[in-house]
Design a protein around this ligand. Structure first.
Ligand SMILES: C[S@@+](CC[C@H](N)C(=O)[O-])C[C@H]1O[C@@H](n2cnc3c(N)ncnc32)[C@H](O)[C@@H]1O
Length: 192
């Protein structure tokens, strides 16, 4: 990601109310499966945005660490959760050195295939990944989204084929802007 992309995301959070107001509620994949989260250990929310998931879990008493490249998004998360642990970093360049540290990784609406290959190192054995993001069919209605940021059909379970897949779904759903979106959602457990 170039510096320009960071500027673009900061500008969105600052000037386009949808990026904050349209993302207030936690993702349903998380809400509906919150019982899977261990009570102890750290949850890493990568590209956390304004913190709809991180703030929600923090308020529920979980220990969450959030990362995002957009300072404007991080600032917003601190309004709702002043003592949430957050930091600004470009995840295409930043090296997370904490091996076997996290109990859970949240990856919502961000796709960085190089980083996914680090998940098994970052997680403790038996750790969980919650993953949800847009898939290629979205280009039929939003051709401007670069293929680089979209999952191919069936890609997510292929990436996690060596893991225990606890949940997987792929297809069209209603988005929070009232429009349909094509997504893949997965929960997987790292083998012990
Ligand atoms: C569509 S938003 C999703 C935010 C959040 N995960 C959610 O679901 O509400 C994508 C997020 O990825 C962040 N992002 C994009 N590129 C990034 C990078 N290289 N490093 C860290 N964060 C990045 C953006 O700032 C933005 O907050």
């Amino acid at each position: 990601m170039s510096k320009q992309d960071a500027l673009r995301w900061n500008s969105r959070y600052k000037n386009e109310p949808y990026y904050i107001q349209g993302h207030q509620l936690p993702c349903s994949l998380l809400l509906e499966n919150i019982n899977l989260l261990p009570k102890d250990g750290f949850i890493l929310d990568i590209a956390m945005g304004a913190g709809r998931n991180a703030v929600f879990l923090h308020q529920k008493g979980f220990s969450v660490i959030g990362i995002d490249v957009a300072f404007e998004a991080i600032v917003h998360s601190k309004i709702n959760a002043p003592d949430l642990r957050v930091f600004v970093a470009d995840l295409t360049e930043y090296y997370l050195s904490t091996t076997k540290f996290f109990s859970v990784i949240l990856n919502f609406y961000y796709l960085n295939r190089n980083l996914i290959s680090e998940f098994a190192r970052l997680l403790k054995p038996g750790g969980l990944v919650f993953f949800e993001t847009l898939t290629m069919p979205i280009r039929s209605i939003k051709p401007e989204i670069s293929e680089e940021y979209l999952l191919d059909e069936g890609e997510l379970p292929r990436i996690f084929e060596a893991w225990e897949i606890l949940y997987y779904r792929e297809g069209w759903v209603d988005g929070n802007n009232g429009k349909k979106k094509s997504i893949a959602s997965l929960i997987a457990r790292l083998p012990r």
